[in-house]
Design a protein around this ligand. Structure first.
Ligand code: HEC
Ligand code: HEC
Ligand code: HEC
Ligand code: HEC
Length: 135
């Protein structure tokens, strides 16, 4: 929310600054992302490479007024997973100790497992080290 306030204030002067570094329509985000770089198991994520074949909506969604998951819509503000995925989120639905692990494995790992199952040439996709490179 803070972002939006800053944006509105800045927009009055230079709307260009507003478009950089913000998750507005057309912003595809960073090409490569390291998720939880300081954690026990940092995750490498080639974001741009996934965008070539996979729709934004496969990974991004939002929260409706009822607090339930609402689908991605073109141009919506994209927030970090951990904005919502904290505490007990998805406990009992997806295995994992932390809310981020459940969000990450529920999204990334389940697709990678599916891909590995459907195409033997892609069996390495489900290996831990594909996403958590050995240090
Ligand atoms: C395979 C999954 C996946 C796909 C497909 C994908 N993204 Fe992402 N995107 C992510 C993840 C994971 C992050 C990092 C979120 C985090 O750090 O919590 C991210 C981050 C972003 C961010 C930066 C958000 C922030 O505040 O740091 C933007 C903007 C973004 N994505 C836009 C898009 C758009 C637009 C598309 C479609 C063209 C897309 N993404 C497709 C998974 C995906
Ligand atoms: C604006 C809030 C919000 C953000 C941001 C968000 N989520 Fe969610 N997500 C939810 C809600 C709400 C649910 C439904 C929770 C439930 O069913 O208990 C959910 C459900 C899920 C689920 C389980 C259902 C499914 O679709 O498979 C996964 C996995 C998931 N999110 C992963 C992610 C990932 C990965 C990111 C970041 C790329 C992310 N979420 C960003 C709110 C959010
Ligand atoms: C909907 C399916 C899907 C989701 C969700 C998904 N991936 Fe992938 N991922 C793929 C496929 C398919 C490939 C193989 C792409 C190729 O070979 O061109 C891949 C490849 C990769 C690779 C290896 C890239 C390389 O250079 O070989 C990494 C690392 C990776 N994904 C991490 C992640 C992470 C981390 C997430 C979650 C933030 C994620 N993926 C979500 C389908 C998915
Ligand atoms: C397709 C990508 C992918 C694969 C494959 C994968 N993970 Fe993850 N994992 C993630 C993401 C994304 C997160 C969430 C970011 C985080 O919590 O550090 C995560 C989080 C974790 C965490 C929590 C780390 C922390 O610091 O809290 C552990 C532990 C973990 N994974 C273990 C594993 C193990 C063991 C395997 C192999 C059986 C595995 N992962 C396979 C993507 C993957």
């Amino acid at each position: 929310m803070k972002k939006i306030v800053i944006c509105a204030a800045a927009a009055a002067f230079v709307s260009i600054t507003c478009l950089t570094g913000m998750s507005l329509a057309g912003d595809k985000g960073p090409a490569d992302i390291t998720i939880n770089p300081d954690g026990k198991k940092p995750v490498v994520f080639p974001h741009a490479k996934h965008q070539e074949h996979i729709k934004c909506a496969e990974c991004h969604h939002t929260k409706g007024p009822d607090g339930k998951q609402a689908p991605y819509t073109e141009g919506m503000e994209i927030q970090k997973c951990e904005t919502c995925h904290t505490g007990d989120m998805l406990k009992g639905q997806v295995k994992g100790k932390t809310a981020m692990q459940r969000a990450g494995h529920g999204n990334c790992l389940s697709c990678h497992k599916e891909e590995a199952k459907n195409d033997p040439a892609k069996k390495d996709l489900k290996k831990c080290s594909t996403c958590h490179p050995k240090k």
